[in-house]
Design a protein around this ligand. Structure first.
Ligand SMILES: Cc1ncc(COP(=O)(O)O)c(C=O)c1O
Length: 371
């Protein structure tokens, strides 16, 4: 599969550099659409790329719903022309006001929020009312379906949903649940494990509806459970994978059932050959994410490569091929975890047909774009 990564003129490109193989991105988007059945059922997470041009590409592909984790990502989406943004992250402290400022500052975009706590819901409501927003903030109740990170216990979620529905300045917009802890390599085992969380979401939805409370949407999951949520026979479900747009070596090896191809690679170079059997690359953990533990990349073109120590700007590689790897040799590497890797780069070089055809800014790597 590795010859799908053609790069004709690496000699003019500084390294380390983030490369986006755009034909593969387009294919991944097509696969996402096919799996979801309808673009309306997709709400991809932008935290993977943080790039306005990628938002525009999704919009051109008919995908108009977006999910994000930071205020900067939300603002980036609105600036890029996205008109439907869900910020799936608890709003606390000054971020409550910043969120309301976003809603006021970009009136053509609908900004949806999540809450998992009555006090936080009241704070958002008060800020929304004080700002006199043209429309109430669509607010989803975030459920903890077993990950234990954020979200309310489903047993208490009906009361919170009712509370949100009654608060001025907010409307209940549905339920949100992220099941990133479902990581079984086998799809059927993953489906069985995820079913309890899905059932819990459906139970909360049905209980609210039975009380006459509208629950317009259920926003579920990330990439590993995407095929499972996409196959649910429920048209109120929106799937919110992020990683699969660019995909990476981590998910590629852990979840072989996922029909996506890594599309974002790193250009690196041999910078030193300190000893026989050992080269050093310019691929430290300021160029490729140090998360998770273990190998941070899969190096292409060096079949026996074993990754050695890594520091800020250096990655040692142990190989029997040092004779073929003089300093300056360009190499490509697939990141193990693409999302934090993108955030380490100010821009990505877009590669099409082996040529660099553009430079895309990773705009939302910053914490604030203005608001
Ligand atoms: C709340 C939320 N939704 C969706 C996603 C996307 O998940 P994935 O990276 O598996 O595509 C994430 C990832 O961290 C997340 O935190």
């Amino acid at each position: 599969m590795d010859n799908i990564y053609r790069l004709d003129e690496p000699s003019n490109l500084s390294s380390p550099a983030l490369l986006i193989f755009i034909e593969i991105v387009r294919r991944n988007i097509g696969t996402m659409r096919e799996m979801a059945g309808d673009a309306e059922r997709l709400r991809p997470h932008v935290k993977t790329h943080k790039m306005p041009e990628m938002v525009r590409l999704l919009e051109r592909s008919g995908i108009h719903k977006h999910k994000c984790a930071t205020i900067a990502e939300a603002e980036m989406i609105a600036r890029a022309g996205g008109r439907d943004v869900l910020l799936a992250y608890p709003l606390v402290g000054p971020n409550v006001r910043r969120f309301v400022q976003l809603a006021a500052g970009y009136p053509e975009t609908v900004f949806r929020a999540t809450v998992d706590d009555p006090q936080a819901a009241r704070a958002l409501s008060a800020e929304s009312v004080a700002a006199g927003l043209a429309r109430p903030i669509p607010t989803l109740v975030d459920l903890d379906v077993g990950m234990g990170r954020t979200g309310i216990d489903p047993a208490r979620a009906v009361a919170l949903g009712r509370h949100v529905a009654d608060l001025p300045g907010l409307t209940l917009d549905g339920l949100h649940a992220y099941d990133g802890h479902q990581r079984d390599a086998d799809r059927d085992a993953r489906r069985r494990a995820a079913q309890g969380g899905i059932d819990a979401v459906f139970r909360v939805r049905d209980a609210l509806r039975a009380e006459g409370v509208a629950v317009p949407r259920l926003v579920l999951g990330g990439t590993p459970t995407f095929p499972i949520h996409a196959a649910l026979n429920a048209d109120d479900v929106e799937c919110s994978p992020g990683t699969c747009l660019l995909h990476d070596h981590g998910y590629g090896t852990k979840f072989p059932d996922l029909p996506f191809t890594p599309a974002a690679l790193l250009l690196t170079r041999v910078i030193s050959r300190p000893q026989r059997g050992r080269v050093c690359l310019d691929l430290g953990y300021k160029a490729v994410a140090a998360d998770p533990a273990g190998d941070r990349v899969r190096l292409l073109g060096v079949d026996d490569a074993a990754l050695g120590p890594q520091s800020e700007e250096h990655l040692v590689v142990l190989t029997g091929h040092t004779d073929e790897l003089p300093p300056g040799t360009p190499l490509l590497a697939i990141p193990t975890h693409i999302c934090p890797t993108c955030a380490l780069h100010r821009e990505a070089l877009v590669v099409e047909g082996g040529k660099v055809v553009g430079r895309w800014e990773v705009a939302a790597r910053d914490r604030s774009l203005g608001i």
